[in-house]
Design a protein around this ligand. Structure first.
Ligand SMILES: Nc1ncnc2c1ncn2[C@@H]1O[C@H](COP(=O)(O)OP(=O)(O)OP(=O)(O)O)[C@@H](O)[C@H]1O
Length: 229
């Protein structure tokens, strides 16, 4: 369980509060207006931004004092973070450590196979389509094998069909009973299709996660406002 304990985040005039837990074995969608603080919240969890007060705990243990690379967290961003001068296998192998030779580790081939990229190992990212690049980035996250996975609008540059395909891959390959996945998305359909629970971020607060079906069946006013319904 990922717990945000009396978390207060400030950045200039911006303020965000969060006090809740996210269950393992679930995908939680974080939705809310632009500038509400979705990316900032993820940065506090992965350690790139320090909260003003409160704690972040994984399985009851505070992870606040760990450096980003020591935290049990993997993050997938919209730009995929693939290095253009490295092959796909080398990019995926970076999940195991900074040596390029990790690209030939058999686990790299296994993860590339899991995301349907067998045969693409030696290509550079520029020679892959957008969807294939997303698959390679997902393979790297799979190989990192961290219990908390943060997805910051990772597939928003893809068309609707490909995006759906990637979100389905997230559920089928990445979601395990002991892993907690947070998905930032602007698209309510993505949240509906891929998340078990939804946490709304608005008015300087993160609302506790609510089962997705329940939320959309009976949307609170601030969700209606956000969706324009
Ligand atoms: N480096 C910074 N310095 C000061 N304020 C910042 C900085 N980066 C972001 N902010 C502010 O923090 C707030 C939250 O930004 P954040 O990017 O987390 O929002 P978001 O919900 O992810 O938005 P979007 O949906 O547009 O990506 C915004 O008000 C933004 O203006």
């Amino acid at each position: 369980m990922l717990t945000l304990d009396a978390l207060e985040i400030t950045q200039g005039d911006f303020r965000l509060g969060a006090d809740m837990s996210f269950e393992a074995g679930q995908v939680t969608a974080l939705i809310g207006p632009s500038g509400a603080g979705k990316s900032t919240l993820l940065s506090v969890v992965n350690g790139f931004f320090r909260q003003t007060s409160g704690r972040v705990l994984w399985q009851g243990k505070a992870i606040d004092d760990l450096q980003p690379d020591e935290r049990p967290v993997a993050t997938l961003f919209q730009d995929n973070n693939l290095f253009p001068h490295l092959t796909i296998a080398q990019n995926v192998g970076l999940a195991l450590g900074p040596k390029l030779s990790f690209g030939s580790d058999p686990r790299v081939a296994e993860m590339l196979s899991a995301v349907g990229l067998t045969g693409m190992e030696g290509r550079k990212p520029a020679r892959l389509s957008g969807g294939q690049q997303s698959r390679a980035a997902l393979a790297r996250v799979l190989l990192m094998d961290r219990p908390i996975v943060l997805l910051d609008e990772p597939f928003s540059a893809l068309g609707p069909g490909l995006r759906t395909e990637m979100l389905d891959l997230v559920r089928s390959k990445l979601l395990t009973p002991d892993r907690c996945i947070l998905l930032v998305t602007h698209d309510p359909d993505d949240a509906r299709r891929s998340s078990d629970t939804v946490a709304l971020i608005d008015d300087s607060e993160v609302a506790p996660p609510v089962p997705t079906e329940e939320l959309f069946a009976n949307p609170p006013e601030r969700l209606k406002t956000y969706l324009g319904i």
